[in-house]
Write a protein of this length. Structure first.
Lengths: 348, 328
């Protein structure tokens, strides 16, 4: 039992999960019905469902971001790519003769994804071929991308009336939010693809030591292209979901600051910005912490003026708890637990 | 060594030369009215955060084009630092007039003093700045947001005049710190305080966006099961709230009444469809009035320090009537 406890406390995911739990408790105190999930109009309805649904875009982008960060990179352009993707999808649907047909929506989404893939390849080219530092390389698209999205929407908010498109953001399938299903499928696919094959290990090796990996025969260039393109793909999907949520493409606000949320989710999840070892499960927890934080502000009724300070305080606490120094201090506590576990095992 | 000195001297001369140029420009500016096609006006817009704002942008651009005045336009994407940068660049370019809608109320004194020092008159449109020094701008053209809040509050007061039980109101605020958010909340609170049954039980910012309004409303619906009325500081947040209310299996406009401010096209459509109950207009069509102010100033005339745009309110019936003729 204590051995298990020691392992749990030692895990990188321990503090984020504790934080998530604390936030849940805070919500529960402020609003006793927080955990209740009911069925309304044939779909699940409750605060937890809202957290999952509203957190889906952040999680999707954070999955792509995790792989980029594992290569010691970073992608700041995801918010702008999401805005472009949403703008392209809405522009196509608005321009088509029958916006309500699933075929139109499919074409719109595919074109949006296609364009985003090109943007991802561009990022990959800057980083892998030209050797520009990732933070600078993706900063280009971060600033320019929103401008491109503005050009596509001509500075307007494009409102579309297309039930199948709206499904993607706020619809339900088998009672579950479609956005959550998409996020779950993408998460599972990324986890299987990188963890059931050697791909994940190769990505980590590039992050730990690119030169050593190259000499060992790892094709770093292709991997870098791959992760940036995948990240843009994730951003495109998130952009479609964000836009479909309100059935309106808003070039200025779609995915605004989502890159920071995604990076934060990755970091809270215990993946180091210095590259190397990464944890997709950690990213999942990180994304949930961030979205729960946002929802907590609304349910607890924190005054808007104090919102930023509240969020900053929570994030600071998580970071302090995760810092190497804190872990060192906790090490002795963990060792004592392990010793007790040893005794416990001997006694049984 | 000698070379270095020479290049330094050259650079110094260059700077002096530039300063001389700028001085010359400022001097020529004060000499009589300019022809309209020689005028250059810099306009620093907040962003394109809502349908209202884009209608405002279009009207201003069209009005200046009609008048034949060159308009330099910048979009601050809702960030004050971007707007300050834009205003500084207008000052450097030596435009004749600067007009802008401040993103937030405070923090403008420094950059407005720079404009004043450069002799460029500033006109505020749509939103005010909170500064004791009123000499920093010549006029503020825009709506009276407190009055808008009062109009919204008055409708609520009349609607629930016979209420014997508490009426639970939730408020979707605009961007924290923005003038319309502060004033619309204040005017509304002033009026509804007459009836103590009317209570604002929750108030959160939805940043004037649909996504923001939707997410806030979703959470509020869970935490407060008995909401009677939503007061949104703009149509877009109200439209977001409609989505959240529908997803909760309730009927917007009936189970939960909605009052908003702005009257943009999508909002008016929802009002006509019975999903919103009342909209207080906040007209974005200030382009013509802005051109008038600038031509008056150009001819050496004086303008009122506060010019209020003409506005009305809409009920559901009035919306159905007005909708076909709306420009935005």
């Amino acid at each position: 039992m204590s051995a298990l406890l020691a392992r749990i406390v030692g895990s990188r995911l321990f503090w984020p999960i504790v934080m998530l739990f604390v936030l849940f408790v805070v919500n529960l105190i402020a609003f006793p019905g927080f955990f209740s999930i009911t069925i309304k109009d044939g779909h699940l309805f409750g605060s937890l469902i809202d957290i999952l649904r509203n957190g889906a875009p952040t999680l999707i982008i954070a999955v792509g971001m995790t792989l980029v960060i594992a290569t010691r990179g970073i992608d700041l352009s995801v918010g702008a790519v999401a805005a472009i993707s949403g703008a392209v999808a809405c522009a196509i649907i608005l321009g088509s003769p029958n916006p309500g047909s699933p075929a139109t929506v499919a074409v719109a989404v595919l074109v949006a994804i296609g364009i985003s893939l090109v943007l991802g390849v561009w990022n990959g080219f800057l980083v892998a071929v030209l050797g520009i530092q990732p933070i600078i390389a993706t900063l280009i698209l971060m600033t320019a991308g929103r401008g491109v999205a503005m050009l596509i929407t001509e500075g307007q908010i494009l409102t579309v009336n297309s039930p199948p498109f709206k499904m993607l953001g706020s619809g339900f399938w088998l009672g579950l939010p479609v956005a959550v299903i998409i996020a779950a499928v993408l998460f599972a696919a990324a986890a299987l693809l990188t963890r059931r094959t050697a791909l994940g290990m190769l990505i980590e090796s590039v992050g730990i030591n690119p030169e050593a990996s190259r000499q060992a025969g790892v094709r770093a260039r292709g991997l870098l292209f791959g992760v940036y393109t995948f990240c843009a793909f994730c951003a495109a999907i998130a952009g479609v979901i964000l836009t479909a949520n309100t059935a309106a493409a808003d070039a200025n606000n779609t995915g605004l600051f989502i890159e920071l949320d995604a990076i934060l989710a990755v970091v809270i999840g215990g993946t180091s910005l210095a590259g190397g070892r990464y944890s997709l499960a950690g990213t999942l927890v990180g994304a949930l912490v961030i979205q729960t934080l946002v929802t907590t502000v609304y349910t607890v009724g924190i005054p808007p003026i104090a919102t930023m300070v509240f969020k900053a305080a929570v994030v600071t606490i998580v970071c302090i708890l995760q810092s190497p120094r804190t872990n060192q201090a906790l090490g002795s506590f963990r060792r004592s637990l392990a010793v007790r576990a040893g005794k416990g095992a001997a006694a049984s | 060594m000698n070379k270095k000195f020479l290049s330094l001297a050259a650079a110094g001369a260059l700077i002096l030369g530039l300063a001389g140029c700028a001085g010359g420009d400022a001097a020529s500016e004060s000499s009589g009215p300019k022809a309209l096609d020689e005028l250059v006006v810099g306009f620093a817009q907040v962003g394109a955060e809502s349908g209202w704002r884009t209608a405002n942008t279009k009207d201003i651009q069209a009005s200046f084009e009609d008048a034949g005045i060159e308009l330099k336009f910048s979009d601050a994407q809702q960030k004050q630092e971007n707007q300050i940068k834009a205003i500084r660049s207008y000052i450097q370019q030596g435009v004749d007039y600067i007009a802008f809608s401040p993103v937030v109320e405070t923090g403008w004194d420094a950059v407005l003093n720079e404009a004043k020092a450069a002799g460029i008159p500033v006109v505020l449109t749509d939103r005010a700045v909170d500064s004791k020094d009123t000499s920093l701008y010549v006029s503020f053209l825009g709506s009276d947001f407190i009055e808008e809040g009062k109009k919204a509050g008055q409708w609520v007061l009349d609607e629930y005049a016979d209420a014997t039980e508490p009426v639970n109101i939730v408020q979707l605020e605009g961007t924290t710190g923005a003038a319309p958010a502060i004033d619309r909340a204040e005017g509304f609170a002033d009026v509804i305080s007459e009836n103590e049954n009317l209570q604002v039980i929750a108030s959160q910012t939805g940043d004037f966006t649909r996504a923001g309004g939707k997410q806030v409303m979703e959470a509020m619906l869970k935490a407060n099961p008995d909401i009677d009325l939503v007061y949104a500081h703009n149509d877009d947040m109200g439209l977001g709230a409609i989505e959240a209310i529908e997803a909760a299996g309730l009927v917007p406009g009936q189970d939960i009444k909605i009052v908003t401010v702005d009257a943009v096209h999508d909002g008016m459509q929802a009002l006509a469809d019975g999903k919103i109950n009342f909209i207080v207009e906040c007209s974005p069509l200030l382009g013509k009035q802005l051109v008038d102010i600038i031509t008056t100033l150009n001819e050496g005339g004086t303008v009122e320090p506060r010019i209020i745009t003409e506005e009305t309110t809409f009920t559901q019936e009035q919306a159905i009537e007005a909708l076909p003729d709306r420009q935005y």
